[in-house]
Design a binder for this molecule. Structure first.
Ligand SMILES: [Zn+2]
Length: 497
C-alpha cells in the first residue's frame, strides 16, 4: 500500500500560536472595564471605539503580566520594546488597524517544558510573546433568525475591542498532535498559576491556531504550512492536527502539492477546510504606532517581577513526583488546581524526604478531602478550616496507629467544618486508639458471650462471621479498638472454645 510507505517517510512539523486575554481591571489602552459578558457595546469609550482625536495609554498591569509570563517560561526580556499598527480591514475592528507588536516584542525566546499523558517529558521553544489588543466580536446571523426577517447579516459587539491580548508564538518544534496538546496544557497551566488570565477556551480567553506541515524524515527544510483555525477545545486541537497531517500525507501520496493557506476546523465532520490563502507579514503594512511612546523596561523592575513568579506547574509536577508515587492521572488532577498542588506541597514540606508521610498526605488529599469538598460544593482554595499543618496531623495520627482509620475520617470531617488541631482534639476527647491487649481482650470476651449466633457461624466455617464480630468490638469500643488486634484476639479465643 502506497499510503503506508508515505506514512513512514514523512514527519509532521507543528507550531502553535496562542492568544490569551489578560486578566486586568481595565482594557489595554483605555479605562473601560475588561469584563466578559455584559450587554453589547456597554463597555466602550472614544479610545476603544477609535473616535477621532482619542489617544491610547498602555495598561501597566498588562505589560507586567506579559513580562511575568516570559520570565516564568525562561525567556529574555529585552530592555526596549514598542507597539506597532497592524493594518487590515475587519468589521469588528473599529480603527481598521490593531495595536500590536511587530519586530520588538516584550518577550523573546523561552521554552515550554511539558509532560505527556504517560508522564514522559517533552519541550518546545518559544519564538516570542507579544502584547496587543483584542478585536470586537462578530456574530453572523443566518437568514430568518427573527431579527431582520429574511436577511443574512452580522452583528458586532465592541465590548471586547481593546481587551489586552497576549500572543504566544512557538517554534515549529512539535512533532505530534499529542505533544501539541500537552504543550498547550502546560502553557495554559502556567498562565493559571501566574493568575494572569482565566484561560477559559469556552469563553474565548484562550484561543489557538496550529501551523502544520509535513516533510520527509531527515529533511531540515520546511514544507508549505497550513494554519488551522476555529478549534474550541484542546481535544479539537488534537483532532484537527491529526486530521490535517493525514490530509497532507494523502495530497503528497497522490502526487499533489500542499498550498500555504488558512484552513478552518469542522468539528462535526472532523476535517479541515480551506478558508483563504495565508497572509504574509507585508500584507499588514506594519509601522510603529505614532500615538504610543516605546517601552523601556528597567532591569530592577524586571527583577522585582522575577522574584514574584512563585510556583510554576512543571516545577510543581517535578516536586510532587519526587515526593510521592502518584499515577500521571493523579499528578494531572493535582496540577489542574494550583491551590491543590500548593496545598499538598506545603503539607509534604512539613516532613521533607519522608516518602511514606508524603504518600499518606497525598492519599488523604485526593481521597477524603476532595470527597468532602465536593459534597460541600467548595474547593481547597475557597476554604480555610483545613491547613497543611492540620492535614499533616491527621495523616500522622492515622499512620502511627494512634487513632483508627474510622476515627481519622471522622476527625477530618470535623476539622474541615470547625478547624482546630486534630492532635489536640484526640487528646482532649480521649479518641486515641485502644491498642492495649488486655483492654481489647475484655471487650472481645464481652462480644463473644453476647453474639452466640455469629460465634456458631464462624465455628461452622463461615469465615465472614468474623467481620460481624470485629464490627461488634468496634461498636462496643465506640470505634476506638485497634481492629487488627480485635480480630486476632477473636480468632485466638474462638479457636480455644
Ligand atoms: Zn474604552
Amino acid at each position: 500500500m502506497s499510503g503506508t510507505v508515505v506514512e513512514q517517510a514523512y514527519e509532521a512539523v507543528i507550531g502553535i500560536e496562542c492568544h490569551v486575554e489578560l486578566k486586568t481591571v481595565t482594557k489595554m489602552f483605555c479605562g473601560c472595564r475588561n469584563e466578559f459578558g455584559g450587554d453589547p457595546d456597554t463597555q466602550v469609550c472614544p479610545v476603544c471605539l477609535a473616535l477621532p482625536g482619542a489617544l491610547p495609554v498602555p495598561n501597566r498591569v498588562a505589560v507586567e503580566h506579559v513580562v511575568r509570563a516570559g520570565l516564568a517560561l525562561g525567556a529574555v526580556i529585552p530592555p526596549f520594546s514598542k507597539f506597532d499598527r497592524k493594518n487590515y480591514f475587519y468589521p469588528d475592528m473599529p480603527k481598521n488597524y490593531q495595536i500590536s507588536q511587530y519586530d520588538m516584542p516584550l518577550v523573546s525566546g523561552g521554552v515550554v517544558r511539558f509532560r505527556r499523558d504517560d508522564g514522559s517529558e517533552g519541550s518546545c521553544r518559544l519564538t516570542r510573546i507579544h502584547l496587543e489588543e483584542d478585536t470586537g466580536k462578530s456574530t453572523h446571523m443566518g437568514s430568518g433568525d427573527g431579527r431582520i426577517a429574511g436577511s443574512t447579516h452580522s452583528l458586532v459587539d465592541f465590548n471586547r475591542a481593546g481587551v489586552p491580548l497576549m500572543e504566544v508564538v512557538s517554534e515549529p518544534e512539535l512533532r505530534s498532535a499529542e505533544d501539541a496538546v500537552a504543550f498547550l496544557e502546560y502553557l495554559r497551566l502556567t498562565f493559571l498559576y501566574l493568575g494572569i488570565s482565566d484561560v477559559k477556551m469556552e469563553e474565548g480567553s484562550l484561543r489557538c491556531d496550529a501551523n502544520v506541515s509535513i516533510r520527509p524524515v531527515g529533511s531540515t527544510e520546511f514544507g508549505a504550512k497550513t494554519e488551522i483555525k476555529n478549534m474550541n477545545s484542546f481535544r479539537s486541537v488534537g483532532r484537527a492536527i491529526e486530521s490535517e497531517i493525514e490530509r497532507q500525507r494523502n495530497v503528497i501520496a497522490a502526487g499533489g502539492r500542499v498550498p500555504q493557506e488558512t484552513r478552518g476546523w469542522d468539528e462535526a465532520n472532523g476535517v479541515t477546510h480551506s478558508m483563504r490563502s495565508k497572509e504574509q507579514a507585508h500584507d499588514y503594512r506594519y509601522f510603529p504606532d505614532p500615538d504610543l511612546v516605546p517601552l523601556t523596561l528597567a532591569a530592577t523592575w524586571v527583577d522585582e517581577l522575577r522574584h514574584g513568579i512563585g510556583l510554576v506547574p512543571i516545577v510543581a509536577y517535578e516536586r510532587l513526583e519526587h515526593a510521592c508515587a502518584l499515577a500521571p492521572a493523579q499528578l494531572r488532577q493535582l496540577l489542574g488546581d494550583p491551590a491543590l498542588a500548593r496545598f499538598l506541597l506545603a503539607t509534604v514540606e512539613l516532613h521533607p524526604d519522608d516518602g511514606a508521610f508524603a504518600q499518606a498526605a497525598a492519599n488523604w488529599l485526593l481521597g477524603d478531602v476532595l470527597r468532602i469538598l465536593n459534597e460541600r460544593g467548595t474547593s481547597i482554595g475557597a476554604q480555610s478550616t483545613l491547613t497543611p499543618r492540620t492535614l499533616a496531623e491527621c495523616a500522622e495520627l492515622a499512620m502511627g496507629g494512634a487513632i483508627t482509620s474510622k476515627t481519622a475520617k471522622e476527625l477530618l470531617e470535623r476539622v474541615m467544618s470547625e478547624g482546630g488541631s486534630p492532635k489536640e482534639i484526640v487528646q482532649r476527647e480521649g479518641l486515641a486508639q485502644l491498642s492495649d491487649p488486655a483492654a481489647v481482650a475484655q471487650i472481645v470476651a464481652q462480644v463473644i458471650s453476647a453474639n452466640a449466633k455469629s460465634v456458631a457461624d464462624f465455628q461452622a466455617g463461615k469465615e465472614n462471621a468474623i467481620k460481624a464480630l470485629v464490627g461488634q468490638v468496634m461498636k462496643v469500643s465506640k470505634g476506638k479498638a485497634n481492629p487488627q488486634l480485635a480480630e486476632s484476639l477473636l480468632r485466638e479465643r474462638l479457636k480455644q472454645t
